[in-house]
Design a protein around this ligand. Sequence first.
Ligand code: PLP
Length: 381
Amino acid sequence: MKFETLAIHAGQEADPATGATITPIYQTSTFTQEGIGRHKGFEYSRTGNPTRAALERCLAALEGAEHGCAFSSGMAAIAGVLSMLRPGDHVVSAADLYGGTYRYFEKVAKPNGIAVSYVNARDPENVRRALRAETRLLWIETPTNPLLELVDVAAAARIAKVRGVKTAVDNTFASPYFQRPIGLGADIVVHSTTKYVGGHSDMVGGAVLTSDKAVHEAVRFHQNAAGGVPGPFDAWLALRGLKTLAVRMRRHEENALAVAGRLRKHPRVESVIYPGLPDHPQHDLARRQMSGFGGMVTFRLRGGRAAADAFFRALKVFSYAESLGGVESLACHPATMTHASLPAEERERRGITEGTVRLSVGIEDAEDLLADLDWALKVSA
Ligand SMILES: *Cc1c(COP(=O)(O)O)cnc(C)c1O
Protein backbone atom coordinates (compact mmCIF):
# COMPACT_ATOMS: atom_id res chain seq x y z
CA MET A 1 0.00 0.00 0.00
CA LYS A 2 1.03 3.58 -0.64
CA PHE A 3 2.03 6.16 1.97
CA GLU A 4 -1.31 7.99 2.23
CA THR A 5 -3.20 4.72 2.73
CA LEU A 6 -0.74 3.38 5.30
CA ALA A 7 -0.89 6.67 7.22
CA ILE A 8 -4.63 6.23 7.69
CA HIS A 9 -4.84 2.44 8.08
CA ALA A 10 -1.55 0.85 9.21
CA GLY A 11 -1.88 -0.45 12.77
CA GLN A 12 -5.40 0.93 12.94
CA GLU A 13 -7.86 -1.91 12.37
CA ALA A 14 -11.35 -1.38 13.78
CA ASP A 15 -11.19 -1.75 17.58
CA PRO A 16 -11.58 -5.46 18.36
CA ALA A 17 -13.65 -4.83 21.50
CA THR A 18 -16.21 -2.36 20.12
CA GLY A 19 -15.69 -1.92 16.39
CA ALA A 20 -14.68 1.73 16.89
CA THR A 21 -13.31 2.82 13.51
CA ILE A 22 -10.82 5.25 15.01
CA THR A 23 -8.31 3.78 17.47
CA PRO A 24 -9.66 4.68 20.94
CA ILE A 25 -7.62 6.53 23.56
CA TYR A 26 -7.04 3.66 25.98
CA GLN A 27 -6.71 5.89 29.02
CA THR A 28 -5.90 3.10 31.44
CA SER A 29 -2.82 2.15 33.42
CA THR A 30 -3.73 -1.50 33.84
CA PHE A 31 -5.63 -4.31 32.09
CA THR A 32 -7.81 -6.90 33.82
CA GLN A 33 -6.50 -10.41 33.14
CA GLU A 34 -8.50 -13.61 32.98
CA GLY A 35 -6.10 -15.73 34.96
CA ILE A 36 -2.44 -16.41 35.49
CA GLY A 37 -0.64 -15.61 32.23
CA ARG A 38 -3.99 -15.20 30.44
CA HIS A 39 -4.53 -11.72 28.98
CA LYS A 40 -5.22 -9.98 25.67
CA GLY A 41 -1.64 -8.85 25.05
CA PHE A 42 -1.63 -5.93 27.48
CA GLU A 43 -0.86 -5.95 31.22
CA TYR A 44 0.37 -2.51 32.24
CA SER A 45 0.58 0.68 30.15
CA ARG A 46 4.30 1.38 30.64
CA THR A 47 4.96 -1.99 29.04
CA GLY A 48 2.29 -1.74 26.36
CA ASN A 49 -0.87 0.23 25.56
CA PRO A 50 -3.13 -0.34 22.53
CA THR A 51 -3.19 3.34 21.47
CA ARG A 52 0.60 3.51 21.63
CA ALA A 53 0.88 0.17 19.82
CA ALA A 54 -1.20 1.54 16.93
CA LEU A 55 1.08 4.59 16.66
CA GLU A 56 4.19 2.39 16.75
CA ARG A 57 2.89 0.15 13.98
CA CYS A 58 1.77 3.05 11.81
CA LEU A 59 5.06 4.96 12.13
CA ALA A 60 7.06 1.79 11.43
CA ALA A 61 4.99 1.17 8.29
CA LEU A 62 5.55 4.74 7.07
CA GLU A 63 9.31 4.47 7.56
CA GLY A 64 9.45 1.07 5.88
CA ALA A 65 10.58 -0.44 9.20
CA GLU A 66 9.44 -3.64 10.85
CA HIS A 67 9.40 -2.35 14.41
CA GLY A 68 8.66 0.86 16.28
CA CYS A 69 8.89 2.19 19.82
CA ALA A 70 7.13 5.42 20.78
CA PHE A 71 8.56 7.67 23.49
CA SER A 72 7.45 10.62 25.59
CA SER A 73 9.72 13.00 23.63
CA GLY A 74 12.26 13.04 20.82
CA MET A 75 15.00 13.21 23.44
CA ALA A 76 13.63 10.12 25.22
CA ALA A 77 13.73 8.32 21.85
CA ILE A 78 17.34 9.39 21.31
CA ALA A 79 18.20 8.17 24.83
CA GLY A 80 16.53 4.89 23.86
CA VAL A 81 18.93 4.42 20.94
CA LEU A 82 21.97 5.44 23.02
CA SER A 83 20.95 2.88 25.67
CA MET A 84 22.37 0.17 23.36
CA LEU A 85 25.88 1.46 24.02
CA ARG A 86 28.22 0.50 26.85
CA PRO A 87 31.19 2.28 28.44
CA GLY A 88 34.12 2.18 26.02
CA ASP A 89 31.89 2.33 22.94
CA HIS A 90 32.36 5.11 20.41
CA VAL A 91 29.90 7.18 18.38
CA VAL A 92 30.70 9.08 15.19
CA SER A 93 28.26 11.94 14.90
CA ALA A 94 27.63 14.55 12.26
CA ALA A 95 28.70 17.88 13.81
CA ASP A 96 25.60 19.77 12.76
CA LEU A 97 23.12 18.52 15.34
CA TYR A 98 19.95 19.40 17.18
CA GLY A 99 21.15 21.19 20.35
CA GLY A 100 19.47 18.70 22.68
CA THR A 101 21.19 15.77 20.97
CA TYR A 102 24.57 17.50 21.32
CA ARG A 103 23.83 18.16 25.00
CA TYR A 104 22.86 14.51 25.53
CA PHE A 105 26.08 13.31 23.89
CA GLU A 106 28.24 15.75 25.88
CA LYS A 107 26.54 15.73 29.30
CA VAL A 108 24.97 12.28 29.54
CA ALA A 109 26.72 9.86 27.16
CA LYS A 110 30.29 11.10 27.66
CA PRO A 111 30.21 11.07 31.50
CA ASN A 112 28.93 7.50 31.19
CA GLY A 113 32.06 6.45 29.31
CA ILE A 114 30.82 6.70 25.72
CA ALA A 115 33.20 8.55 23.39
CA VAL A 116 31.74 10.80 20.68
CA SER A 117 33.61 12.26 17.68
CA TYR A 118 32.01 15.00 15.59
CA VAL A 119 32.73 15.16 11.88
CA ASN A 120 31.62 17.24 8.92
CA ALA A 121 29.47 14.51 7.42
CA ARG A 122 28.73 16.45 4.23
CA ASP A 123 31.80 14.59 3.03
CA PRO A 124 31.19 10.90 3.90
CA GLU A 125 34.95 10.30 3.74
CA ASN A 126 35.17 12.18 7.05
CA VAL A 127 32.94 9.48 8.54
CA ARG A 128 35.32 6.77 7.32
CA ARG A 129 38.33 8.56 8.82
CA ALA A 130 36.62 8.89 12.23
CA LEU A 131 35.66 5.21 12.60
CA ARG A 132 37.53 3.27 15.31
CA ALA A 133 37.56 -0.35 16.38
CA GLU A 134 35.14 0.64 19.22
CA THR A 135 32.72 2.57 17.00
CA ARG A 136 29.19 1.20 17.37
CA LEU A 137 26.99 3.98 16.04
CA LEU A 138 26.95 6.61 13.30
CA TRP A 139 24.57 9.47 14.06
CA ILE A 140 23.23 11.65 11.25
CA GLU A 141 20.72 14.46 10.94
CA THR A 142 19.62 15.54 7.46
CA PRO A 143 18.60 18.21 6.58
CA THR A 144 20.29 19.94 9.51
CA ASN A 145 19.12 22.68 11.78
CA PRO A 146 19.20 25.59 10.98
CA LEU A 147 21.45 25.63 7.89
CA LEU A 148 19.63 22.85 6.02
CA GLU A 149 22.77 21.00 5.02
CA LEU A 150 22.39 17.43 3.78
CA VAL A 151 24.21 14.22 4.49
CA ASP A 152 24.29 11.50 1.83
CA VAL A 153 22.62 8.77 3.89
CA ALA A 154 23.33 5.94 1.44
CA ALA A 155 27.04 6.80 1.17
CA ALA A 156 27.52 7.28 4.92
CA ALA A 157 25.57 4.13 5.84
CA ARG A 158 27.57 2.07 3.34
CA ILE A 159 30.83 3.17 4.97
CA ALA A 160 29.45 2.34 8.44
CA LYS A 161 28.01 -1.02 7.42
CA VAL A 162 31.27 -2.55 6.18
CA ARG A 163 32.71 -1.84 9.63
CA GLY A 164 29.69 -3.32 11.45
CA VAL A 165 28.57 0.12 12.66
CA LYS A 166 24.83 0.89 12.87
CA THR A 167 23.60 4.10 11.24
CA ALA A 168 20.91 6.17 12.95
CA VAL A 169 19.19 9.06 11.17
CA ASP A 170 17.19 11.75 12.92
CA ASN A 171 14.47 12.19 10.29
CA THR A 172 12.49 14.89 12.11
CA PHE A 173 13.03 17.68 9.55
CA ALA A 174 12.09 15.73 6.42
CA SER A 175 9.38 13.49 7.96
CA PRO A 176 8.85 10.01 6.49
CA TYR A 177 6.79 11.57 3.72
CA PHE A 178 9.84 13.21 2.13
CA GLN A 179 12.65 10.89 3.24
CA ARG A 180 12.88 7.21 4.25
CA PRO A 181 16.39 6.54 5.57
CA ILE A 182 15.92 2.77 6.03
CA GLY A 183 15.35 2.44 2.29
CA LEU A 184 18.62 4.33 1.81
CA GLY A 185 20.55 1.87 3.99
CA ALA A 186 20.21 3.29 7.52
CA ASP A 187 19.48 0.88 10.39
CA ILE A 188 17.60 3.19 12.75
CA VAL A 189 15.31 6.19 12.30
CA VAL A 190 14.52 8.60 15.11
CA HIS A 191 11.75 11.20 15.23
CA SER A 192 10.68 14.00 17.42
CA THR A 193 6.97 13.41 16.73
CA THR A 194 6.47 16.82 18.37
CA LYS A 195 7.22 18.33 14.97
CA TYR A 196 5.77 17.28 11.58
CA VAL A 197 4.35 13.93 12.71
CA GLY A 198 2.10 15.47 15.37
CA GLY A 199 1.93 18.53 13.14
CA HIS A 200 -0.26 20.77 15.30
CA SER A 201 2.13 21.95 18.04
CA ASP A 202 -0.05 20.35 20.69
CA MET A 203 2.00 17.42 21.99
CA VAL A 204 5.56 16.27 22.71
CA GLY A 205 6.71 12.81 21.63
CA GLY A 206 9.34 10.71 19.93
CA ALA A 207 9.87 7.39 18.20
CA VAL A 208 12.53 4.88 17.15
CA LEU A 209 11.91 2.78 14.02
CA THR A 210 14.07 -0.10 12.82
CA SER A 211 14.03 -3.41 10.99
CA ASP A 212 17.00 -4.66 13.03
CA LYS A 213 15.55 -7.11 15.55
CA ALA A 214 18.43 -6.80 18.05
CA VAL A 215 18.25 -3.01 17.98
CA HIS A 216 14.49 -3.11 18.44
CA GLU A 217 14.74 -5.50 21.38
CA ALA A 218 17.31 -3.28 23.09
CA VAL A 219 15.21 -0.14 22.54
CA ARG A 220 12.02 -1.92 23.65
CA PHE A 221 13.79 -3.12 26.78
CA HIS A 222 14.92 0.44 27.56
CA GLN A 223 11.43 1.82 26.86
CA ASN A 224 9.93 -0.45 29.51
CA ALA A 225 12.87 -0.33 31.93
CA ALA A 226 13.38 3.46 31.90
CA GLY A 227 9.69 4.19 31.26
CA GLY A 228 9.84 7.27 29.01
CA VAL A 229 6.56 6.36 27.31
CA PRO A 230 3.92 8.69 25.85
CA GLY A 231 0.53 8.77 27.52
CA PRO A 232 -2.39 7.36 25.51
CA PHE A 233 -3.70 10.82 24.60
CA ASP A 234 -0.36 12.04 23.23
CA ALA A 235 0.03 8.77 21.31
CA TRP A 236 -3.45 9.34 19.88
CA LEU A 237 -2.63 12.94 18.87
CA ALA A 238 0.49 11.73 17.03
CA LEU A 239 -1.56 9.02 15.32
CA ARG A 240 -4.17 11.57 14.32
CA GLY A 241 -1.41 13.84 13.01
CA LEU A 242 -0.04 11.05 10.82
CA LYS A 243 -3.34 10.75 8.95
CA THR A 244 -2.82 14.16 7.33
CA LEU A 245 0.98 14.12 7.15
CA ALA A 246 1.06 13.71 3.36
CA VAL A 247 -1.29 16.57 2.56
CA ARG A 248 0.33 18.81 5.15
CA MET A 249 3.86 18.12 3.89
CA ARG A 250 2.88 18.88 0.30
CA ARG A 251 1.41 22.20 1.40
CA HIS A 252 4.37 23.02 3.69
CA GLU A 253 6.64 22.49 0.71
CA GLU A 254 4.52 24.53 -1.69
CA ASN A 255 4.47 27.45 0.74
CA ALA A 256 8.18 27.08 1.56
CA LEU A 257 9.05 27.26 -2.15
CA ALA A 258 6.97 30.43 -2.50
CA VAL A 259 8.60 31.96 0.58
CA ALA A 260 12.13 31.03 -0.50
CA GLY A 261 11.52 32.45 -3.97
CA ARG A 262 10.19 35.73 -2.60
CA LEU A 263 12.96 36.15 -0.02
CA ARG A 264 15.62 35.51 -2.62
CA LYS A 265 14.55 38.55 -4.59
CA HIS A 266 14.37 40.83 -1.56
CA PRO A 267 17.13 43.48 -1.28
CA ARG A 268 17.22 43.19 2.54
CA VAL A 269 18.00 39.46 2.36
CA GLU A 270 21.64 38.46 2.04
CA SER A 271 21.10 34.77 1.29
CA VAL A 272 18.36 32.14 1.36
CA ILE A 273 18.93 28.49 2.21
CA TYR A 274 16.36 25.96 1.00
CA PRO A 275 17.23 22.54 -0.45
CA GLY A 276 14.56 23.04 -3.12
CA LEU A 277 16.40 26.02 -4.65
CA PRO A 278 18.59 24.99 -7.60
CA ASP A 279 21.48 27.04 -6.12
CA HIS A 280 21.46 25.09 -2.84
CA PRO A 281 24.92 23.44 -2.90
CA GLN A 282 23.36 20.01 -2.33
CA HIS A 283 20.25 20.42 -4.45
CA ASP A 284 21.13 17.35 -6.54
CA LEU A 285 21.55 15.19 -3.43
CA ALA A 286 18.23 16.51 -2.12
CA ARG A 287 16.54 15.48 -5.37
CA ARG A 288 18.14 12.06 -5.15
CA GLN A 289 17.50 11.10 -1.53
CA MET A 290 14.36 13.07 -0.70
CA SER A 291 11.01 13.06 -2.47
CA GLY A 292 10.41 16.71 -1.49
CA PHE A 293 12.27 19.56 0.14
CA GLY A 294 10.24 20.20 3.28
CA GLY A 295 8.89 23.29 4.99
CA MET A 296 11.97 24.81 6.62
CA VAL A 297 13.56 27.93 5.10
CA THR A 298 16.56 29.76 6.57
CA PHE A 299 17.77 33.18 5.48
CA ARG A 300 20.26 35.85 6.49
CA LEU A 301 18.90 39.31 6.99
CA ARG A 302 21.14 42.32 6.39
CA GLY A 303 21.73 44.40 9.53
CA GLY A 304 22.50 41.84 12.23
CA ARG A 305 20.70 41.39 15.55
CA ALA A 306 18.89 44.76 15.68
CA ALA A 307 17.37 44.22 12.25
CA ALA A 308 16.41 40.65 13.14
CA ASP A 309 14.76 41.81 16.37
CA ALA A 310 12.73 44.47 14.53
CA PHE A 311 11.77 41.88 11.90
CA PHE A 312 10.50 39.40 14.52
CA ARG A 313 8.53 42.11 16.33
CA ALA A 314 6.85 43.23 13.11
CA LEU A 315 5.58 39.77 12.09
CA LYS A 316 1.83 39.27 12.43
CA VAL A 317 1.05 35.87 10.91
CA PHE A 318 4.37 34.15 11.73
CA SER A 319 4.81 33.62 15.48
CA TYR A 320 8.22 34.31 16.96
CA ALA A 321 8.74 30.95 18.66
CA GLU A 322 10.95 27.87 18.90
CA SER A 323 9.91 24.49 17.50
CA LEU A 324 8.74 23.65 13.99
CA GLY A 325 6.53 21.40 11.95
CA GLY A 326 3.12 22.68 13.02
CA VAL A 327 0.37 23.95 10.73
CA GLU A 328 1.13 27.50 11.88
CA SER A 329 4.12 29.46 10.61
CA LEU A 330 6.92 30.16 13.07
CA ALA A 331 10.05 32.30 12.90
CA CYS A 332 13.01 31.81 15.20
CA HIS A 333 16.43 33.31 15.87
CA PRO A 334 18.89 30.39 16.07
CA ALA A 335 21.74 32.49 17.52
CA THR A 336 19.77 33.26 20.70
CA MET A 337 17.28 30.39 20.73
CA THR A 338 18.10 26.91 19.39
CA HIS A 339 21.87 27.48 19.19
CA ALA A 340 22.40 29.81 22.16
CA SER A 341 24.48 27.16 23.93
CA LEU A 342 27.17 27.22 21.21
CA PRO A 343 30.05 29.66 21.85
CA ALA A 344 29.65 32.82 19.69
CA GLU A 345 32.80 32.12 17.62
CA GLU A 346 31.63 28.57 16.92
CA ARG A 347 28.24 29.88 15.81
CA GLU A 348 29.80 32.43 13.47
CA ARG A 349 32.21 29.81 12.15
CA ARG A 350 29.27 27.60 11.25
CA GLY A 351 27.45 30.49 9.60
CA ILE A 352 24.73 30.98 12.23
CA THR A 353 25.04 34.77 12.23
CA GLU A 354 23.05 37.31 14.29
CA GLY A 355 21.01 38.02 11.16
CA THR A 356 20.13 34.36 10.56
CA VAL A 357 16.39 33.67 10.65
CA ARG A 358 14.82 30.20 10.55
CA LEU A 359 11.27 29.85 9.29
CA SER A 360 8.99 26.89 9.81
CA VAL A 361 6.60 27.65 6.98
CA GLY A 362 3.07 26.59 7.89
CA ILE A 363 0.08 25.71 5.76
CA GLU A 364 -1.71 29.07 5.85
CA ASP A 365 -2.53 30.92 2.63
CA ALA A 366 0.76 31.57 0.81
CA GLU A 367 -0.20 35.17 -0.14
CA ASP A 368 -0.82 35.99 3.51
CA LEU A 369 2.58 34.58 4.47
CA LEU A 370 4.36 36.52 1.72
CA ALA A 371 2.58 39.73 2.67
CA ASP A 372 3.58 39.22 6.32
CA LEU A 373 7.24 38.74 5.38
CA ASP A 374 7.19 41.73 2.99
CA TRP A 375 5.72 43.91 5.71
CA ALA A 376 8.17 42.81 8.41
CA LEU A 377 11.14 43.24 6.07
CA LYS A 378 9.93 46.72 5.16
CA VAL A 379 9.31 48.08 8.65
CA SER A 380 12.46 46.52 10.13
CA ALA A 381 14.76 48.28 7.60
C1 PLP B 1 12.88 18.81 18.43
C2 PLP B 1 13.93 17.92 17.94
C3 PLP B 1 14.45 16.88 18.74
C4 PLP B 1 14.03 16.68 20.17
O1 PLP B 1 12.69 16.33 20.28
P1 PLP B 1 11.74 16.67 21.54
O2 PLP B 1 10.45 16.11 21.13
O3 PLP B 1 11.75 18.17 21.69
O4 PLP B 1 12.36 16.00 22.72
C5 PLP B 1 15.40 16.05 18.18
N1 PLP B 1 15.84 16.23 16.92
C6 PLP B 1 15.38 17.22 16.13
C7 PLP B 1 15.91 17.36 14.74
C8 PLP B 1 14.41 18.10 16.60
O5 PLP B 1 13.97 19.10 15.82
